[in-house]
Design a protein around this ligand. Sequence first.
Ligand code: GTP
Ligand code: MG
Length: 138
Amino acid sequence: IERTLSIIKPDATRRNLTGKINAKFEEAGLRIVAQKRIKLSMGQAGKFYEVHKERPFYGELCEFMASEPVVVQVLEGEGAILKNREVMGATNPADAAEGTIRKEYALSVGENSVHGSDAPETAAQEISFFFSGLELVG
Ligand code: GTP
Ligand code: MG
């Protein structure tokens, strides 16, 4: 059974979409095994998105992620990493498939409502960035 790190981004928490987004995960068979609402500092956002630090949108991305609270969560299920990325939809909501979270809720390529880990190594790294072993019950 696989786990992935999910973040409900500030554009979605601000619009009270946490419950609707969580319903999408649960309907897809993803179990929310850990979850907390936190506000990232610029430093924390910068560290989380360090892989993107050479990209032109890095500063904008970090400022957005630190602008308002986010909900960080661990989703568990068969093939959870890929399944979550399917439920999320394409990065740019204009390209996202019907029924996906980003198609229904994202505002733009930057304010795109959710983050999901993209591979097993990044999932493990991103889960331990936000959660201790004690916070993770099966
Ligand atoms: P994540 O699950 O958030 O990692 O999305 P992704 O894997 O679909 O996209 P990627 O890793 O390429 O980019 C990470 C995040 O950077 C995206 O989710 C967007 O929030 C942001 N981003 C990507 N491209 C742009 C852009 O052109 N402009 C802005 N402002 N943000 C962008
Ligand atoms: Mg990514």
